[in-house]
Design a protein around this ligand. Structure first.
Ligand SMILES: [Zn+2]
Length: 157
């Protein structure tokens, strides 16, 4: 398994993906003193009517778990923007995932790229906001605030 590294220079979007708590119903042992009655044990682990650990009745219980939005569900099938960095960070950086989308230059730089980057203009941000309007709207609907920035990302996958 190889590791790829990439340098990205260009416009990107940022959203905060804080873990939030939700109540879910799970099948669980009803005994408060059961040694197995811990949240991990309760996730669909108890399929029978009685607890395999203590013999008490099994029923539906509400527990609170931490969860995050499913980023891939938010963005749908098109991967015109992609996530730079690890999947479990609170901050999601979304960079352009189309090599030839912007005519004037590619935002991705692999080893050996040699290009003069001294005359970049803010029009890339305007282009980004227009081209990815559907994605940015989906992000805003799901996460609330969406920031558009311009800068450098060094990431690996
Ligand atoms: Zn039990």
């Amino acid at each position: 398994m190889g590791l790829s590294r990439c340098l990205y220079i260009g416009p990107y979007a940022v959203v905060e993906d804080k873990e939030h708590l939700v109540k879910v119903s799970v099948r669980a042992c009803s005994s408060a003193t059961c040694p197995a009655a811990k949240p991990k044990h309760t996730y669909d682990a108890v399929k029978s009517a009685f607890c395999p650990a203590c013999g008490a009745k099994v029923g539906l219980m509400e527990i609170v778990v931490g969860t995050r939005l499913d980023y891939y569900e938010v963005m749908g099938e098109t991967e015109r923007l992609t996530r730079a960095g690890e999947d479990d960070n609170d901050t999601i950086y979304l960079i352009v995932n189309e090599g030839d989308a912007y005519e004037k230059r590619d935002f991705h730089y692999d080893y050996g790229t040699n290009e003069d980057l001294s005359s970049l203009s803010p029009e890339e941000i305007i282009w980004f906001e227009q081209r990815y309007q559907p994605e940015l709207k989906a992000l805003k609907d799901a996460y609330g605030d969406v920031q558009i920035r311009w800068g450098v990302h060094y990431y690996q996958w």
